[in-house]
Design a protein around this ligand. Structure first.
Ligand SMILES: [Zn+2]
Length: 362
């Protein structure tokens, strides 16, 4: 304290006991404020930490024993009995009428672009979504009412179009072993899931042509499905369904579904991304039909732009016209892309779809 006082300007230093008392009060006040802030921060991180956010008594330093043994138990206090394990509770009030972001990614490369995200940019998106209480689901889970998201968290759908090489790539290590390239989108997701097990491996890959631009694609689509992710239909050869004949539409949509069923035994594509977002000239057969003896049925169709989707429980929700949000780096300042909608929901958290923990069944 004396060192502290001696550093004060001479005019403030004085010698009176009164001044020292005042400074003591100021210091005490600062300590109280600092501890209050620390308390707030720990409370906040607890709310945001899915692992720590269990039932309040389980978070007590003694694991809740004190509360159970402390106050005299009475018949009217069921809380005193052994607590069942509760699922983690997220930071938001359940709101199954809220909107859901369905995000679209295209190419991955070394520079950010209108349709290109860098691996670092993609990781930053995942980190921001995770921190803000979003958890991923496959597109099909959104339309079938099977979103596996804990209470208090918001579902988000991550989609990839065109089966670009940078989405899923293998590299050969020095040991000669082939492994998922950590700089490909799948590599980024695998690492993120390892660090954050409550961010599950969920994403929908709309493939076309030669998926991931390499002949080893059948093994890759099997890997994605085996790990909980979804393969979606983006047509056989990425044609405009607005210009395709009826026969061509059946071949493009049904042919892709048949090809994937051949690569992934027992798997039926059930979601469609329209190439270029163009509405099909023959919408009936774009959704359902038989191609070469193979029956296909699309339960959902996604568009290209440019906003969040209504709640699947809302009467405004049309599963065959689900809007998407383009993932673009904030530095590119693209209107109504992911950075815009991310901050939109930061400002209006009451508009977010938030799981009620029931599995969100209809
Ligand atoms: Zn496309």
């Amino acid at each position: 304290m004396s060192t502290f006082m001696s550093r004060l300007p001479r005019s403030l230093r004085g010698s009176g006991r009164l001044l020292r008392t005042r400074w003591a009060k100021v210091v005490l006040g600062l300590i109280l404020i600092a501890s209050a802030v620390a308390f707030d921060v720990s409370a906040l991180s607890e709310r945001l930490d899915p692992n720590g956010a269990t039932a309040p008594t389980a978070n007590a330093p003694d694991g809740g024993r004190q509360q159970r043994q402390g106050a005299a138990p009475t018949d009217s206090s069921p809380a005193q009995t052994t607590l069942p394990p509760e699922p983690p509770v997220g930071p938001y009030q359940p709101n199954t009428a809220g909107q859901i972001m369905v995000i679209a990614y295209h190419a991955f490369g070394s520079e950010e672009g209108r349709w290109t995200r860098t691996p670092a940019g993609f990781l930053a998106d995942l980190q921001a979504l995770y921190r803000k209480g979003y958890r991923p689901v496959n597109l099909i889970d959104m339309v079938t009412g099977k979103m596996d998201v804990p209470k208090g968290y918001s579902p988000v759908v991550i989609t990839f179009d065109d089966g670009r090489e940078g989405q899923f790539r293998y590299i050969t290590g020095e040991d000669g072993q082939q492994r998922v390239d950590p700089t490909s989108a799948v590599g980024v997701m695998l690492a993120f899931n390892k660090d954050h097990p409550d961010w599950k491996l969920r994403a929908t890959f709309f493939v076309s042509d030669v998926p991931f631009q390499k002949a080893d694609w059948p093994e890759k689509v099997r890997f994605l499905v085996a790990n909980g992710m979804e393969i979606g239909d983006h047509t056989l050869s990425h044609v405009s369904l607005a210009k395709a004949t009826k026969e061509a539409t059946i071949k493009e949509v049904g042919g892709e579904a048949k090809r994937m069923a051949g690569a992934i035994p027992g798997y039926n594509l059930s979601t469609l991304a329209l190439p270029g977002g163009e509405a099909p000239a023959f919408p009936d057969v774009a959704l359902e039909g038989v191609y070469d003896g193979f029956s296909y049925s699309m339960k959902a169709t996604v568009l290209v732009g440019a906003g969040p989707a209504p709640s699947p429980l809302s009467k405004n929700f049309n599963p065959q016209r689900i809007p998407r949000i383009q993932a673009v780096d904030p530095s590119l300042d693209v209107q109504f892309a992911l950075p815009y909608w991310m901050s939109y929901f930061d400002k209006h958290p009451e508009l977010r779809y938030v799981s009620d923990g029931t599995g969100n069944m209809k």
